[in-house]
Design a protein around this ligand. Sequence first.
Ligand code: AMP
Length: 191
Amino acid sequence: MRLVLIGPPGAGKGTQAAILRNDLGIPHISTGDLFREHVSRRTPLGQDAQRYLDTGELVPDHVTGGMVRQRLAEPDAQRGFLLDGFPRTVRQAGELGAMLPDPDGGIDAVLEFTAPEDVVVGRLLSRGRADDTEQVIRHRQQIYRSQTAPLLAHYAARLLTIHAVGSAEQISERVLTALRERGLARAWPAL
Ligand code: AMP
């Protein structure tokens, strides 16, 4: 199963992907995690990406797209994936389609996580990652609204909107219910 997770920074995509990968048996691929790994290993890609991560800007498409293409070519991603943080623009959605064997039917569902802005900002401030200063958080929220939210219309036919306030378990149960209703996941617990 190929799933894309979309939501503002702080909506809990990473937390949900970490839970769902066990339930669904597919890898969690987070572009933010991949970039942070490159930064900490001081690879050339990490050195290119660092200033974008620090300021909350999007890393340029040619860097991001190549990294994702390479990750999706690995053996564990052949049976599906939970893609967290990519695509983040309509243009990246086009690139993703071109990476999959069947561009129109390649993605089974797009999970949109929704939560009020004060809730997501509060979560990020308490998380305390290097790019979780108030100014950078505000900038990332603004980029989400202007660049990433338009993707929701692009994926309208495959969109499953999940209310992302509550415990991590409550939210993952909502995801599994929504997938089951679409016929994408079998009955709990035999997923
Ligand atoms: P995240 O962990 O998803 O919050 O991403 C952290 C940072 O990584 C973002 O603020 C961007 O600088 C960068 N990033 C992650 N995914 C992408 C992407 N798809 N396109 C461009 N930049 C990205």
